[in-house]
Write a new protein. Structure first.
Length: 146
């Protein structure tokens, strides 16, 4: 099993017993021993509590904005806004969406700074639903019909 290992000189009736005695005496095969470490689930989070809370608020702000205007809709809004010939009333409606997103992000960055400065970041709370009432509720369909 370990070529070149000279454990046969150790006492014992079987090769396994001699090998175990050799290991117990502190010998090893090769130049360095491999240290056994306990199993660690790679899905366990190892960051600080502050990092966890910052990741949580980041995930939640993105989910909140996308629950109102998914990524496809956002891309379509941008395309419509920059197209030649887009009517002014359509651009004005889209600016309302941008103003809404900016208000959500302004709140997010305020809370993010609060988390970064907090002694106990897990105690910082936030509520994006407060922006539901100010959502201009622009849809692609309303822009096409306009």
């Amino acid at each position: 099993m370990y070529p070149g290992a000279e454990y046969q000189e150790f006492p014992g009736d079987t090769e396994l017993e001699r090998f175990e005695a050799w290991i117990t005496a502190g010998h090893m095969n090769g130049e360095e021993a491999i240290e056994k470490v306990p199993f660690k689930n790679s899905h366990d989070y190892t960051g600080t509590m502050r990092d966890r809370v910052l990741e949580q608020i980041n995930t939640e702000v993105n989910a909140y904005i996308c629950s109102h205007y998914d990524m496809g809709t956002q891309a379509s809004f941008q395309a419509v806004y920059v197209m030649d010939g887009t009517p002014l009333e359509v651009k004005t409606a889209l600016l309302g969406v941008w103003a809404w997103v900016q208000s959500v992000l302004g709140y997010y960055y305020t809370k993010k700074a609060e988390i970064a400065a907090a002694g106990e970041p897990e105690t910082v709370t936030w509520d994006f639903s407060q922006f539901d009432a100010t959502d201009p509720q622009v849809s692609l369909q309303s822009l096409v019909v306009a």
